[in-house]
Design a protein around this ligand. Structure first.
Ligand code: SAJ
Length: 425
């Protein structure tokens, strides 16, 4: 059945979700506090990059199925997709969840469904959202249905995953879960797994914690391999042929608004018990410093003429435009502690967000003593080392994502260093 849906939060999750519902016959009203973003979306101008989003947004707006504004409207269903970041002290910042929940209260009516999509510390629906919604004077579970259906899509492949991923649906009761499953069925081809709200919250945080701990293991193995003369990337590749092994990839740190954040929710909840989880966070957060120190060591070995470092990649991972919690920013700051002179370039980030950033790869590389790759954007994989060779002051490259072809760069006269590969490091 077609519904009217009000989506609060038009960011990396809320906007794609809104257009998907609008493209599938539901009447959607999107809400965001960011007036500039709202104005842009209304005029079909995107404030975020995501493959397939532009065409789908055009369709949603042109068909009249999607409207946007800075305030909610009456609807059958409310979806909350606002950020739930961590504060400086690594505890969850619930202010957006609280204000989004409050913002819909004046519009709520008997029979409405409220779905929380944001990733949150377990018990948020019970302890934060429901107490706010109660102000509407409706009985939860019989007059107002509530569920948590965490988004699980990966930036860069959002639309494929919105359709094909299974969904975890955590209802405060069976009817809430059932109504939520029925709604997402409009476009989800994966399975719906119904459970209660707190279990769904834990499942989502667990998934990202699993990945963080696994990446920390890969990073630790990279450091060990580097010391004992082994290429960790090859060792991981071989280990992963085992049917029950899936070791992730090392790198300059873990970024983004999810994997570097969600494990802290469990540390905050149970600090005495979440030991491996805490250590994994510290290991991954230590990788930018390790990357900067390795760069400084490489520079010292190569007797470079200057200390200019060309950092390639500021997004938190390949082929996206998102710099949130990006380890690259920490790497740049750590490099400056060693008095290195850094210029940073990212083909996906068109505004200078840090003062070391430049908008041309040539400006970044001209006269550099070492190139450091921090993000595996396709643009960097395709670089022609012979052309780069003419620009730099020393032919030295440090690849923290193993994304370049070592042989090709060596043939062009480069000293190639790869994180976790002892050869040349
Ligand atoms: N990274 C590594 N090594 C790896 C994989 C990733 O160092 O082997 C780094 C990346 O470079 C990046 C960070 O980890 O800096 C996070 O990237 P990611 O691709 O692992 O994850 P996100 O943050 O883009 O998306 C994750 C996904 N969760 C899982 O795969 C369990 C996604 O499905 C979630 O929807 C998303 O978090 C979210 O919103 O929670």
């Amino acid at each position: 059945m077609k519904k009217s849906i009000c989506v609060v939060g038009l960011g990396y999750i809320g906007l794609p979700t809104s257009v998907m519902f609008a493209n599938h016959g539901h009447q959607v009203h999107g809400v965001d506090v960011n007036e500039k973003a709202v104005e842009g979306i209304r005029n079909k101008k995107l404030h975020i990059e995501e493959s397939g989003l532009q065409e789908r947004l055009n369709d949603a707006i042109d068909s009249g199925m999607m409207t946007v504004s800075t305030t909610p409207e009456k609807a059958d269903v409310y979806i909350l997709a606002v950020p739930s970041p961590i504060k400086m002290d690594k505890t969850a910042d619930m202010k957006y969840i609280e204000s989004a929940s409050e913002s819909i209260v004046p519009y709520l009516e008997k029979g409405n469904l409220v779905i929380l999509e944001s990733t949150v510390p377990p018990r948020t629906v019970q302890d934060v959202v429901i107490p706010k919604l109660k102000a509407a004077g409706l009985e939860i579970g019989t007059e107002l249905y509530v569920s948590h259906s965490p988004e699980r899509v990966i930036p860069g492949r959002v639309f494929e995953e919105l359709i094909s991923n299974d969904r975890i649906i955590g209802g405060v009761n069976e009817q809430s879960a059932q109504m939520t499953s029925d709604l997402y069925r409009s476009f989800v081809k994966g399975q719906m797994h119904e459970t209660d709200d707190t279990t769904a919250e834990l499942v989502k945080v667990m998934e990202n914690t699993y990945r963080d701990v696994n990446i920390a293991l890969a990073n630790e193995l990279a450091k060990i391999s580097g010391e004992i003369g082994v290429d960790v990337w090859e060792a991981i590749r071989l280990a992963n042929f085992h049917p029950r092994v899936n070791i992730h990839q090392p790198g300059p740190g873990v970024g983004g608004h999810c994997i570097a954040v969600d494990p802290w929710f469990l540390v905050e909840l149970k600090p005495d018990l979440a030991k491996i989880i805490h250590l994994a966070r510290q290991t991954n957060d230590g990788m930018p410093a390790f990357t900067a120190k390795t760069t400084k060591d490489i520079l010292q070995q190569t007797a470079a003429k200057n200390t200019k470092v060309a950092v390639l990649g500021l997004a938190f991972k390949g082929n996206i435009d998102d710099m949130r919690e990006s380890p690259s920013v920490d790497v740049v700051n750590e490099m400056k502690e060693y008095d290195l002179s850094v210029t940073a370039y990212d083909p996906h980030i068109h505004e200078n967000n840090i003062k070391e950033q430049v908008q041309s790869i040539d400006d970044a590389m001209t006269d550099a003593s070492v190139i450091v790759i921090l993000t595996n954007h396709d643009e960097f994989k395709k670089l022609d080392p012979r052309k780069v060779a003419d620009k730099v002051s020393s032919r030295v490259i440090f690849d923290t994502k193993k994304c370049i072809d070592r042989l090709k760069w060596e043939e062009a006269g480069f000293d190639v260093h790869i994180l976790g590969d002892a050869k040349n490091q």
